[in-house]
Design a protein around this ligand. Structure first.
Ligand SMILES: [Zn+2]
Length: 135
């Protein structure tokens, strides 16, 4: 269904713990699953080691996609964190959204934000927030 992304509850917890593991840097990675349900997380290295942007190096990306396929999973999402806490897509996130079919998860490592994990669809610079449904 449009506007909804299905996620295993343990993946939500993992996203938050990944963001908090390096609260001063953007973390990033891929999300995979089967039947439209995200059930696996593939953490990547932020090649920029930055607090305001991220990039996954091509060789890292190929390795993660291989791992995902080997496990029989499809690429359903991509995630990164915003250390400053405002977990909405930045201009750069929108300009560099290369996977129109994927859900873009943005995580805040801060303890007091109302929604530490938000998900968006980003297609041709148009952003729609997705409802996260835990399954
Ligand atoms: Zn961002």
């Amino acid at each position: 269904m449009a506007g909804v992304v299905h996620l295993r509850a343990e993946i939500l917890d993992r996203l938050i713990s990944e963001a908090r593991r390096t609260p001063e840097l953007e973390c990033c990675g891929l999300l995979g699953g089967r039947g439209g349900v995200i059930s696996a997380i593939f953490p990547a290295q932020n090649a920029l080691a930055s607090s305001s942007e991220f990039e996954i190096a091509p060789e890292d990306l190929f390795r993660l996609f291989r791992e995902m396929r080997a496990g029989g999973r499809q690429h359903l999402g991509i995630y990164h964190s915003h250390p400053a806490g405002d977990n909405a897509p930045s201009r750069r996130d929108i300009d560099r959204a290369y996977y129109p079919g994927a859900a873009y998860f943005i995580v805040s490592p801060l303890p007091d934000v109302p929604r530490p994990v938000r998900a968006f669809s980003i297609r041709d610079t148009s952003v729609t927030e997705l409802t996260i449904e835990l399954v």
